[in-house]
Design a protein around this ligand. Structure first.
Ligand code: GDP
Length: 365
């Protein structure tokens, strides 16, 4: 069988060689009579022909070269995955720039989210990051519904007349944003002095040009432990759910099949902690008794992702750590969602992939 994108022979053995597709995905595509494209072609298509790059020294150098030419930068982040997308490595590079922070996917927040509080919270997080961003340059938007887009465009045109660089982690909605702002007139070109490709888009009826950079791949978000097809399935499509759990001593709360926490001790007056989970429906939350951990891990149907029964857990190195989290704090799970401690303190043993980085933060609300 050949890839319908590049014509190379399809194989399911080696992810590093051409033509790779995971076996389970291949089976699903064949069963559903869908076109089969290899991992590389899938990425190219998904990322609008700007293949994402990982933050390494080469990319870092090239982005510095590009940044020299820009005073103004649009940094697109995802409100659902704020801690996975509003990242220090990117902030460091943008310190002296005029930044517009585009906080996208506001439509996915639960109903009745108080936007004023959210804005305050965002401003606090920006300050903690050591960035100086003008209050009205922090834009809460939804490319999907169009919320906040026209206002952002107006502000941008007032500030910058020439050119603006657009940056962001993969899947935050960077290219959707660019398309929405600029319409169809978009061309791909190499940026001089670098091997990085950029997309250049002109805002209709203005002289303003937007330069889109390749999306940045991370390696420490929950989604990063899965193949590209699963990652795309994990992108939330509907409002995220919130569900509240009372988790007694020695009970476990699973988030997907890769992260779980065991409550080691009840809190004040021996009351069990109460935790609200904010997750897209594509990611499971499941409470169980400690004795059931192994069972559940071997029968992962209730714990997803992975959605694939044949997922090889041996490729992931897990670790455990004990932490205390106080009431009013969140545990952000980059690439998934977050947990909010409603009644604490919470003294837990967390089990997770070694490279997965969770973040304890002040609660979003
Ligand atoms: P990029 O990798 O940052 O360029 O992201 P894309 O523009 O390709 O978008 C990634 C995914 O997020 C796509 O499935 C989009 O449909 C989705 N998306 C983008 N913006 C929004 C938004 O405002 N709300 C919602 N719900 N989904 C969005």
């Amino acid at each position: 069988m050949k890839c319908e994108g590049c014509g190379v022979e399809i194989q399911t053995e080696n992810p590093k060689k051409p033509g790779y597709i995971p076996e389970s995905v291949l089976k699903e595509k064949v069963e559903n009579n869908e076109s089969v494209v290899c991992q590389r072609c899938f990425k190219l298509k998904h990322y609008n022909y700007l293949l994402p790059v990982t933050i390494n020294s080469n990319f870092s150098h090239e982005i510095d070269t590009i940044l020299k030419d820009f005073k103004t930068v649009l940094w697109v982040v995802d409100v659902i995955d704020f801690d996975g997308t509003f990242r220090k490595e990117i902030a460091e590079k943008l310190k002296r720039k005029n930044i517009f922070l585009i906080v996208n996917k506001i439509d996915l927040l639960p109903k009745r989210t108080p936007y004023e509080n959210l804005k305050k919270w965002l401003l606090l997080r920006i300050k903690e990051m050591g960035l100086n961003i003008q209050d009205d340059h922090v834009r809460m938007v939804s490319v999907k519904t169009g919320m906040g887009i026209e206002k952002t465009k107006k502000l941008l045109l007032q500030t910058e007349k020439e050119k603006v660089l657009v940056v962001g982690v993969t899947n935050v909605g960077k290219s959707s944003f660019l398309n929405r702002l600029a319409g169809g007139e978009i061309t791909v070109s190499a940026y001089s002095g670098t091997t990085l490709k950029v997309l250049k888009a002109k805002l209709p009826n203005t002289n303003l040009q937007l330069f889109d950079t390749p999306g940045i791949f991370t390696q420490d978000r929950l989604c990063d432990f899965f193949d590209i097809y699963t990652q795309v399935k994990m992108i939330p499509s509907k409002k995220i759910r919130n569900k509240t759990f009372t988790v007694k001593e020695k009970n476990v709360l699973f988030i997907s099949g890769l992260f779980w926490l065991k409550v080691l001790k009840n809190g004040v007056n021996n009351l069990p902690p109460i935790i609200t989970v904010f997750l897209p429906e594509e990611i499971s939350a499941h409470r169980a008794k400690e004795e059931r951990i192994n069972d559940l891990l071997h029968n992962r149907k209730v714990l997803f992702p992975p959605y694939d029964e044949n997922f090889d857990f041996n490729q992931i190195e897990f670790e455990r750590e004990i932490v205390q989290i106080d009431k009013g704090n969140d545990i952000a799970l980059p690439g998934a969602g977050w947990l909010s401690v409603k009644r604490g303190p919470l003294i837990v043993e967390i089990s997770k992939p070694k490279e997965f980085r969770y973040v304890v933060r002040k609660s979003m609300k």
